[in-house]
Design a protein around this ligand. Structure first.
Ligand code: NAD
Ligand code: UFG
Length: 336
């Protein structure tokens, strides 16, 4: 199979992706500084799969540490999740975001270059479609950003494109995730944010489990069927499987390729609340609040490139996304 370095492998999407790689016989080496995750998630990946994970608690900006990993392991390809990801925080602390996400990626790419590793799958985001493209988003649309977090994604995609241009045997797949939610069916790993969640699903989950009082629905006067924001929610296990397909693609092709990972369907905030109510069996308290700065009305993917190039399509439903998220919340009301 092969040996994959997973940066940010202790995090939400990274941990689910490690499981999918391990279950297909890949060896996995994880680099994570645990700034937004816990070592417990590594133990749980091992519990689910019965396989060993080689874990390095290290910062990707630490060039010596990253170089040492490439020295110790023949890494066939890198899946690069590590990064800071809170949009609002990036507006407050732009330098921290540029420093961590850009400098970290720079150190990683340099270490790959030194080690002769030429395959990378990068966690990009639908945020690179900015505010002005029409939906559904297609990969050849112009990219832009509205906050430092989004700019780090746009800039890293540019770095990867430039490297592919300069080095024709290099391969970089930028996976543009839509809104990842849900959890592994075992209920052992899932989304475990620090503090009060920014994102809809963890917030709803914490209201459902009784940790938070009430959800604020940010705006009900958007130009959408029920007036609330519409997003393309994608089950994290579907997303994780997309990375296995993307690595296979990167092994067989050279060059830069951005690929959307979404379902192609939009779901409104209120539809999500009602789907979650069905999964947890009781009402979720909510109120209508003002719009959140920087939000757009509607975002969903044109998912055809992933199907065509990767043979990948989302399998899970809104129902299973909510059921799996609820199972994780119930089993881990206080996180990992
Ligand atoms: P996460 O915070 O759960 O995972 C990121 C991991 O990276 C964490 O475990 C964190 O400790 C680690 N990390 C951060 N900086 C590091 C550093 N300097 N050195 C080593 N490790 C470091 O986030 P996630 O939701 O799993 O997201 C993974 C990736 O996907 C991120 O790049 C994120 O921007 C991107 N993404 C996420 C979403 C989403 O809604 N969750 C959407 C689009 C894109
Ligand atoms: N929302 C609420 N109440 C909340 C939280 C969210 O009503 O407490 C609404 C938002 O207004 C939006 C929808 O729920 O309409 C989804 O919001 P999220 O914060 O869950 O997700 P976003 O689409 O705003 O952002 C996500 C990631 C970003 C990424 C972006 C585009 O968090 O990192 O998708 O890919 F940049």
């Amino acid at each position: 199979m092969g040996k994959i370095l997973v940066t940010g492998g202790a995090g939400f999407i990274g941990s689910h992706t490690c499981v999918e790689f391990l279950e297909r016989g890949y060896e996995v080496v994880v680099l994570d500084n645990l700034s937004n995750s816990k070592e417990e998630s590594i133990r749980r990946i091992e519990q689910i799969t019965g396989k060993h994970v080689k874990f390095y608690r290290a910062d990707m900006r630490d060039a010596a540490a990253v170089r040492a990993i490439f020295k110790a392991h023949p890494i066939d390809a890198v899946v690069h999740f590590a990064g800071l990801k809170a949009v609002g925080e990036s507006v407050e602390k732009p330098l921290a975001y540029y420093e961590n996400n850009l400098n970290g990626t720079f150190v990683l790419l340099n270490a790959m270059h030194e080690a002769g590793c030429k395959r990378i799958v990068f966690s990009s985001s639908a945020t690179v479609y900015g505010m002005h493209n029409p939906v559904p988003y297609v990969e050849n649309m112009p990219t832009s950003a509205t906050n430092p977090y989004g700019y780090t994604k746009v800039m890293i995609e540019q770095m990867l494109q430039d490297i592919c241009h300069a080095q024709p045997d290099f391969s970089a797949v930028a996976l543009r995730y839509f809104n990842p939610i849900g959890a592994h069916k075992s209920g052992l790993i899932g989304e475990d944010p620090n503090g009060i969640p920014n994102n809809l699903l963890p917030y709803i989950g914490q209201v459902a489990v009784g940790k938070l009082q009430q959800l604020s629905v940010f705006g009900d006067d958007y130009d959408t069927p029920d007036g609330t924001g519409v997003r393309d929610y994608i089950h994290v296990v579907d997303l994780a499987k997309g990375h296995v397909c993307a690595i296979a693609y990167a092994m067989a092709h050279e060059g830069f390729m951005p690929i959307n990972l979404g379902t192609g369907n939009g779901v409104s905030v209120l539809e999500m609340v009602h789907a979650y109510e069905k999964a947890c069996g009781h009402a979720i308290s909510y109120r209508i609040a003002p719009r959140r700065a920087g939000d757009i009305a509607t975002s969903y993917a044109d998912a055809s490139r992933a199907k065509e190039l990767l043979g990948w399509e989302a399998q899970e439903t809104l129902e299973t996304m909510c059921e799996d998220s609820w199972r994780f919340m119930q089993q881990n009301p206080n996180g990992l």
